[in-house]
Design a protein around this ligand. Structure first.
Ligand code: PEP
Ligand code: MG
Length: 760
């Protein structure tokens, strides 16, 4: 039966429209369960009725005609109760609703199960039989299983149907797809689906005679692709700095004779035609990378596939290339957005990016953040192949995409977009103004950086220091560990522009969802595994080189602070301190004029919260990584769209922990900062200020808003809000009350609608 089920799901998945998907469902389920009737009713949100959408056994003319209010008929009851109803004789049920001309009078036994997707009752799946009998437990279990499996497929098909306009049924508007935020911002535009230029997997093997000719063909295709990539790289040059540009060099190097290209040529020399040789080589690499648990390395598979397709397209020169026309307000959609795809769109036309696969740490997301392009990643349910040209709304704040938006939703988001633009313009004048509350309290606002591009933006926004430089970012866009000298240069580029203001450099924080292509970490449960300081303490050679480079880079500037990520026990601090001491002593012995930097620890795991005083005694400062702390306190994967609704830094447990950390650490007289996303949220930032945080470090894009919030309130008042909010027991109540306070303080302009408000 499992096989039957799997086949049905596959067939339904492949259906071109909602209508045909439903037809397949009723006919296959009827056959599989050997019933006389199988029908499916779906909820029409516009009319608030359950509509007969497809039937096998009842009068087909009634499809689209039978409409039942919730609780009307047995079907309505199944939906209202959200549980199956199994009847020997439907006609004798008090809710029985006879539809004349349906032929239902011939069928006595009835089994209806709700179709539920993400807590919503989408409709009801019904089977009926002529004779009076209750469906047995096995049959009921089977229909429930079918329905559960088909719910996702129907939800998917329903949206697709909504997008491609179904004649017979309801058209679903504002179809919402959840992903994770890749880069903040809102975009309204049209989907341009970037399909791979060539289907590599479909290439057959073929033997050839003229090997020299084939090698030439391949070399010329390769040269053209190299040229294409250079053009793409150049088109992005204005918006990217040296290190990010290096991504394109990595791309080009993959095509080197001693890399992919060399392997393809070797196969051609064995008599395989160029296309076949290319497919074999690419597939074998993709398979190797694709099997890896490590998300970064899986992304490498995407890069290789992308390159393979490009070369194939060039080899198939007589087959016309798919020519994409990019209209104004293009929202680029792809199964997996690659940096090269991003560069193909004229920048003045690109307003957003949507990637079905990938996470907030994908290359494309890193670049998008730096370029300020709103992006949603990991929209796994999006029917990417079917939405080309359709209108989309992208919400990069909450990580959502809406297809087929209603005029109401479009207006709503257009207003948010206008507000954002107005606000950004309006806030420009704040650059040189202090982050001072109305009652005279100065709140230090620092920034988080990673790419070189971030530095200019940070300075432009009037940052007072760097609270978190994510050093793994430059490591991620390299092909091997950077040498000590390379690191010195890179760190100097960060330290110099900010001097004498502090720059807090975090030691390499890899593992979890951040991996290096040249240092694979394969684990069952990476978030709880070998990450952050756990990796670098196991590899002192990597740690020492990095610390030495940081210290050397700071020579004469003396504005370096070193920060340790993912500390869960004090011995890790002691060990890391000993290594930092060692690096310091070495450099002094070597005659360098370096001074002892301040050293701090990130508070990112619950263990560190409870031991914060023990930690504080050992260091100069602590800084809360609220992104990870929220993840670990709530046991919610920060990159999983399915549980994104549970991830909330306003959760009372998180607030309590944050208050505890600052109070306890202050008892040891150390500076307490925070560098997670919460610090960049105006409401969150105010609460943290009231809790007593000494430094708020955030992405540069958020700094003006936070400054504006700080300048619009009295610290004494915000302390009162905090007392009230700390007594609440649920995140939504905290958010709602915080919004009330912000509105009352005249700061509504800084409010972004919360995900709950977006549900409308
Ligand atoms: C955090 O966890 O809050 C943090 C700032 O670090 P990252 O987001 O890089 O894990
Ligand atoms: Mg972290």
């Amino acid at each position: 039966m499992l096989d039957v089920l799997r086949r049905i799901v596959q067939e339904v998945n492949a259906a071109a429209s909602l209508e045909s998907a439903l037809k397949i469902i009723v006919s296959r389920v009827q056959r599989a369960m050997k019933t006389h009737v199988c029908s499916v009713y779906l909820f029409d949100a516009n009319t608030q009725h359950y509509v007969l959408m497809a039937t096998e056994g009842l009068n087909p003319k009634l499809v689209g005609q039978v409409r039942l209010a919730p609780s009307e008929g047995i079907v309505g009851k199944v939906a209202a109760r959200a549980e199956p109803i199994n009847l020997e004789d439907a006609a004798s049920h008090p809710s029985y609703y006879f539809v004349s001309g349906s032929g239902e009078e011939n069928y006595h036994s009835f089994l209806g199960v709700p179709i539920i997707h993400q807590r919503n009752v989408l409709g009801v799946l019904v089977v009926q039989q002529k004779h009076r009998r209750r469906f047995d437990e096995g049959e009921e279990a089977l229909l429930v299983t079918m329905s559960a499996q088909l719910a996702g497929v129907i939800a998917h098909a329903e949206v697709t149907g909504g997008i491609s306009v179904s004649e017979t049924g309801p058209v679903r508007q504002d179809a919402k797809f959840d992903g994770v935020s890749g880069a903040p911002g809102v975009a309204l535009g049209n989907a341009v689906v970037v399909a791979p230029p060539a289907d590599l997997d479909g290439v057959p093997d073929q033997q050839i005679e003229d090997i020299e000719h084939e090698l030439e063909r391949f070399s010329s295709a390769l040269e053209q692709v190299r040229h294409d990539i250079r053009v793409v790289g150049r088109s992005l040059a204005k918006r990217l700095k040296g290190e990010e540009q290096a991504l394109f060099d990595v791309y080009l190097r993959m095509l080197d004779d001693n890399a992919l290209a060399g392997e393809v040529m070797a196969k051609i020399r064995q008599g395989q035609w160029a296309q076949g040789a290319l497919r074999q080589v690419v597939q074998s690499h993709v398979q190797k990378f694709g099997l890896m648990d490590d998300p970064y390395l899986r992304e490498r598979a995407t890069d290789i596939k992308d390159l393979g397709r490009r070369v194939l397209a060039r080899l198939q020169e007589d087959t016309p290339d798919i020519c994409h026309i990019f209209p104004p307000n293009t929202i680029l959609v792809a199964e997996e957005i690659t940096p090269a795809m991003l560069g193909e769109v004229p920048t003045d036309r690109l307003v957003g990016l949507v990637s079905v696969l990938g996470s907030g740490n994908s290359h494309a997301a890193i670049l998008a953040r730096s370029m300020g392009i709103p992006t949603v990643m990991g929209v796994v349910d999006l029917p990417a192949t079917r939405i080309h040209g359709k209108q989309l709304i992208l919400d990069g704040f909450t990580g959502r995409v809406f297809a087929n938006p209603s005029p109401e939703l479009t207006l709503h988001y257009a207003e948010i977009l206008r507000e954002e633009t107005r606000l950004t313009k309006g806030l420009e004048s704040l650059r040189d103004k202090p982050a001072r509350t109305l009652d005279g309290y100065d709140m230090p606002l620092w920034v988080n950086t990673g790419l070189v591009t971030d530095i200019a933006l940070a300075l432009d926004r009037g940052a007072q220091g760097v609270g978190l430089y994510r050093t793994e970012v430059p490591f991620m866009i390299k092909e091997c560990f950077p040498s000590e000298q390379e690191q010195v240069e890179s760190y100097r580029r960060h330290l110099e522009p900010f001097a004498p203001q502090s720059v807090t450099m975090r030691t390499l924080d890899i593992g979890g969802d951040k991996a290096l292509p040249y240092f694979p970490i394969e684990e069952q449960n990476p978030s709880l595994g070998w990450r952050g300081v756990r990796v670098t303490l196991d590899h002192p050679e990597i740690f020492l080189v990095q610390v030495r480079a940081m210290l050397l880079a700071s020579e004469g500037l003396d504005n370096l602070r070193i920060m340790l990520p993912m500390i869960s026990t004090v011995t890790e601090i002691d060990e890391a301190m000993a290594l930092i001491e060692q690096a310091f002593a070495e450099l002094n012995d070597e005659g360098h004029q370096v001074i002892q930097p301040e050293v701090g620890v990130m508070i990112e795991v619950p263990a560190a919260v409870y031991q914060v005083r023990d930690i504080a005694r050992r260091v100069d400062f602590v800084s809360v990584g609220s992104n990870d702390l929220t993840q670990y306190l709530l046991a919610v994967d920060r990159n999983n769209p399915r549980v994104a609704g549970l991830y909330n830094h306003f959760h009372p447990a998180v607030l309590q922990a944050l208050q505890f950390v600052v109070t306890e650490a202050h008892r040891e007289d150390v500076q307490v900062g925070i560098c997670g996303e919460m610090a960049g949220d105006p409401g969150g930032a105010l609460l943290l200020m009231a809790m007593g945080y000494d430094v708020l470090s955030m992405s540069s894009n958020n700094l003006p808003r936070v400054k504006s919030a700080v300048r619009g309130v009295n610290l004494t008042e915000v302390r009162e809000w905090l007392t009230e909010l700390l007594a609440l027991d649920c995140p939504q109540h905290v958010e709602a009350r915080l919004s009330d306070h912000l509105r009352a303080a005249g700061l509504s302009r800084l409010l972004r609608p919360s995900p709950a408000e977006m549900e409308r």
